[in-house]
Ligand binder design. Structure first.
Ligand code: ZN
Length: 435
């Protein structure tokens, strides 16, 4: 899923900062699947990120075990270096990837890579130690899930959107699962996913290409002939439209949440598709003709706030999300109807070329004005790697945005307003009696 590019416009920028060309440089990856470097002269350290393109969605064992295997991988690699306070390390797991991160001064890069490589070696930890680690995860669960009033809502929304597809799996698991994680299963999952030929390395920070290449070659060898993993391609079962009014305990927000899952066999490159979706999302939220926001927020006071996301789930499926809060005296069913009706009206007419041109120009201007383009290239590269795609640089992305035609954006709009699996939740507050 890649909606990270959409975040670009919200970054602040300093006027007068000279724009820098920023690219992710491919490296000779040796035994790794792939390796990239993004230079950032403003950073004070060098961060090395090691990605395994597997996550909870690939886990055939108890829910949450992918995250447990990440903890064990981390102990494998970093366990003995824990007392070293000069260095920052971290690790995380999502549905789609496991990431290990080591942040250190530039001269320590080779050491960072050696430690990261150790996360990929077979787990040979004391079983008692492994059992204790389940308690650490149980505490993470307490801090994260228990406190979220939206956890149950989100889970049932995912079920309604995807059925019992593994994409609905919980990354953290349940307290019962966590405390009973099987050490054998965790070792097996780690062995299946943590291999050097599947791992992708991303080095980011203040150093130079030659130095990074030399460290990578020293730890992982030279050249590279590892075949790339194909991007994901899910099979979702057909499902019935699902529209419901619900109440979220303790919530004080009334809102309409629309999700539509659309099967859209790809005809363009991944990067182009993502950028087309980004431009469409911005056009829909713009105050110009052909947007959702203009009639509903600015002309008539129907919606107070509208959020739109268009995310690719895999090669051939995308998810449209529209979230909106009603303006005063507007009921939730009225807002739902207005959102869907406006979307199909815009799609039938097409967004005017002038609107798309303005949105594109604003997007390019903001890219240009970013204070640290390297940080954005890095954020995009992380998302690309998690989607099992090759990251592209700043200049390539900019050239692609310039090349996208209005007809391509309107073609996507037609698709997202057309056939798909529709899920709608009219979310009431416990005290709300309006609807
Ligand atoms: Zn954790």
């Amino acid at each position: 899923m890649n909606s990270k590019r959409a975040a670009i416009v919200f970054l602040t920028c300093l006027a007068g900062t000279a724009p820098q060309a920023q690219d992710s440089e491919p490296l000779s990856a040796g035994t790794l699947q792939a390796a990239y470097f993004i230079a950032d002269a403003q950073a004070t350290t060098v961060s090395a990120y090691l990605y395994l393109p597997y996550g909870e969605i690939d886990n055939p064992y108890a829910e949450g075990l992918a995250h447990y295997s990440e903890h064990l991988g981390w102990l494998n690699g970093f366990g003995l270096a824990k007392a070293d306070f000069d260095r920052e390390t971290n690790a995380s797991t999502t549905l789609f990837r496991i990431e290990y991160h080591f942040n250190a001064p530039p001269e320590d890069l080779e050491h960072s890579l050696q430690v990261l490589a150790k996360t990929l070696t077979p787990i040979r930890l004391d079983p008692q130690f492994m059992e204790q680690e389940r308690g650490i995860i149980a505490r993470e669960y307490d801090l994260g899930v228990r406190e979220s009033i939206w956890a149950d809502f989100n889970q049932s929304l995912d079920r309604a959107t995807y059925g019992d597809h593994p994409i609905t799996r919980s990354v953290i698991g349940t307290p019962d699962n966590i405390i009973n994680f099987s050490l054998t299963d965790a070792r097996a999952f780690h062995k299946m996913t943590h291999t050097v030929d599947q791992a992708v390395l991303l080095v980011y920070g203040n150093t130079d290409l030659a130095r990074v290449q030399s460290a990578v070659t020293s730890v992982f060898g030279g050249e590279n002939a590892t075949p790339r993993l194909p991007p994901r391609d899910f099979d979702f079962a057909p499902m019935e439209e699902d529209i419901q009014s619900v109440t979220v305990p303790k919530s004080d927000r009334q809102l309409v949440l629309i999700r539509k899952r659309i099967h859209l066999p790809q005809t363009q490159s991944y990067q182009r598709r993502v950028l087309i979706a980004t431009l469409l999302q911005k056009a829909l939220l713009s105050p110009y003709d052909g947007s959702l926001a203009k009639p509903l927020r600015f002309d008539d006071f129907i919606a107070q706030r509208i959020r739109v996301d268009i995310d690719y789930l895999d090669q051939n499926d995308l998810l449209l999300t529209i979230e909106s809060e009603p303006d005063l005296d507007i009921t939730l069913p009225r807002l739902q109807q207005a959102l869907l009706q406006t979307l199909s009206t815009i799609a039938a007419q097409g967004i005017p070329a002038e609107t798309l041109q303005r949105v594109r120009q604003q997007y390019l201007t903001r890219l240009q004005e970013l204070e640290t383009p390297a940080a954005q290239v890095f954020a995009d590269a992380r998302a690309d790697i998690a989607a099992r795609q090759i990251p592209i640089g700043f200049e390539t992305a900019r050239a692609l945005v310039q090349d996208i035609r209005p007809a391509e954006i309107n073609a996507l709009l037609t698709r997202i307003s057309g056939e798909g699996h529709l899920v709608v939740r009219l979310v009431n507050t416990p005290t709300g009696d309006k609807n």
